[in-house]
Design a protein around this ligand. Structure first.
Ligand code: NDP
Length: 492
């Protein structure tokens, strides 16, 4: 039985909850034991069209877009405090559905609240500019909302990654249709239920659950869709980009990474090892910005690897709801098989397993999707485990002899989301940070971000960016207005 009251989660369209035209529901599993813990409505293409129609009507007919931004801001603040007042229930629901330890879900929900607050404060600051032009003319720009924005979310941070784009879209005056991942739809539905109480007009925030291939595509192809924000796999990202290109829709894609973490010999090795432990074993490694490739200076490789191995071995695995658990299950059986397949492939290619590499051996965990924290060494740089995003608790290790080699190895990836580096030398820190082909770099820290800082990928990690004040630009368009204020002079 799920938290937040019941175990059936319907579509939320126009402020109403309904099962959708099919009347079908899909079981939602607890990844700690693969037993159903709730069920969610399976929407049809007709439901998607209905959601878009309702969102479009709300955009045109409610006062949301036209209203003073400060009033939108107040509604978003109320939404933030409604989530905050139910934070523990949201966190439990997220953990039961996704598997991550409760401590991490609590962090996610706090981040959701902070994101809503940040964009609540930004809602009355969607400003244009005046531009000097010749003659008796005044030129200025207006920033206008786009209309109905479509958001397709993944399963690794179900509510956090939904709200990351939904909050700025709402702040800028758009209406929203959100499709969460089929594996983890629950917190998005619970969130949308709060919209009415927060004072959002009905139809401004809608959630449609169901298959991405069917409902997600229907939302993007709908003529009322004004922009698409997608977080997920590269393959689906390519497909969505093609759909969006047909109608020249503005598009933001966040497609994952293969983050390097470069450790120089002068680094604070204790802190670095702990941060790497979080960066690859946090959320069981199911993070687009995971620090998944350790690139360590050859002079400290052996002792440093021992430290990281000690962290991996010491992590307590178990259901995310259990006391003291530090790493939960993977989200699904498929994801578990996928991760183990990468380990098999690495072994067959000459890699060796420093630690982990198998399912958890505790019989109490055998029904769940538990894999041991894993470190792979000596894996050829061309192998799949080094090239592709594994999306599990698997760290690969290589070493370097000088800065050039470190930078070359770090950049030798199709991805470019987050890179980390560890050094006490300021010149090394700044010069390497500049040379890393990455949308984000952290120096002497674990992967860290805030609602006010841009979250961006380059290369195959995506297009556009999320978070930060300029996320409002993503969800508004510029209109230029030129006014000639000249008058004809009467003679005499
Ligand atoms: P997907 O890319 O398949 O799914 C992400 C979202 O897109 C889900 O809401 C999904 O819906 C939806 N979707 C799927 N197909 C379509 C489509 N044709 N049109 C519109 N929407 C669609 O990711 P997976 O869940 O399959 O995960 C696979 C891999 O992707 C992971 O192992 C990881 O490597 C990567 N990934 C990266 C993430 C990141 O943060 N960058 C997050 C999640 C995954 P539905 O769930 O109904 O299929």
């Amino acid at each position: 039985m799920a938290a937040l009251g019941e175990n059936r989660f319907e579509l939320v369209i126009g402020g109403e909850e309904a099962p959708g035209t099919r009347g079908e529901h899909r079981p939602v599993l607890d990844p700690a034991n693969n037993r159903p813990m709730a069920e969610a409505a399976v929407a049809s293409r007709e439901d998607a069209a209905h959601a878009m129609e309702v969102a479009d009507k709300a955009f045109r007919e409610s006062n949301w877009a036209a209203d003073d931004g400060a009033r939108r801001g107040k509604a978003l603040y109320r939404l933030a405090s409604l989530v905050e007042s139910r934070a523990e229930s949201f966190a439990r629901l997220e953990t039961l559905n996704m598997g991550k330890p409760l401590r991490e879900s609590r962090g996610d929900i706090a981040y959701v609240v902070r994101t809503l607050e940040y964009f609540a404060g930004a809602a009355d600051k969607v400003e244009g500019e005046t531009i000097p032009v010749p003659g008796p003319r005044i030129d200025y720009t207006l920033r206008e909302p786009l209309g109905v924005t479509v958001h397709i979310a993944p399963w690794n941070y179900p509510l956090l990654l939904s709200v990351r784009s939904v909050a700025p879209a709402l702040a800028a005056g758009n209406s929203v249709v959100l499709k969460p991942a089929s594996l983890t739809p629950l917190t998005a539905v619970a969130f949308a239920r709060l919209a009415k109480e927060a004072g959002l007009p009905d139809g401004i925030l809608n959630v449609v659950t169901g298959s991405g291939a069917e409902v997600g595509e229907a939302l993007i192809e709908d003529r009322r869709c004004a922009s698409v924000t997608f977080t997920g796999s590269g393959d689906v990202g390519h497909h969505i980009a093609e759909l969006a290109a047909r109608r020249f829709l503005p598009l933001t894609l966040e497609l994952g990474g293969k983050g390097p973490v470069v450790v120089f010999a002068d680094a604070d090795l204790e802190r670095a090892a702990k941060a790497i432990g979080y960066g690859i074993f946090g959320n069981a490694g199911q993070m687009c910005w995971a620090a998944s490739r350790l690139i360590v200076h050859e002079s400290i490789r052996a002792p440093f690897l021992e430290k990281v191995r000690g962290i991996a071995e010491g992590l307590k695995l178990g259901p995310g709801t259990a006391e003291g658990v530090e790493m939960g299950p993977l989200v699904s059986r498929d994801q578990l098989e996928r991760v183990l397949d990468y380990v098999r492939d690495a072994r067959e290619n000459g890699g060796h397993v420093v630690v982990g590499g198998t399912k958890a051996d505790d019989p109490a965990l055998s029904d769940g999707n538990f894999v041991r924290p894993t470190i792979l060494a000596d894996v050829p740089p061309t192998s799949r485990a080094v090239r592709e995003e594994i999306f599990g608790p698997v760290l690969t290790v290589s070493s370097f002899s000088d800065m050039e080699e470190a930078v070359r190895t770090a950049n030798d990836t199709p991805y470019g989301l987050l890179a980390a580096l560890w050094t006490r030398d300021l010149a090394t820190a700044h010069s390497v940070a500049r040379r890393l082909e990455s949308g984000m770099v952290v120096v002497n820290d674990s992967p860290t971000t805030y609602p006010q800082t841009p979250f961006a990928g380059v290369k195959s990690s995506g297009v556009g960016f999320e978070q930060g004040f300029r996320a409002l630009d993503t969800f508004s368009r510029r209109k230029n207005i030129l006014v000639n204020v000249g008058t004809s002079r009467k003679k005499g």
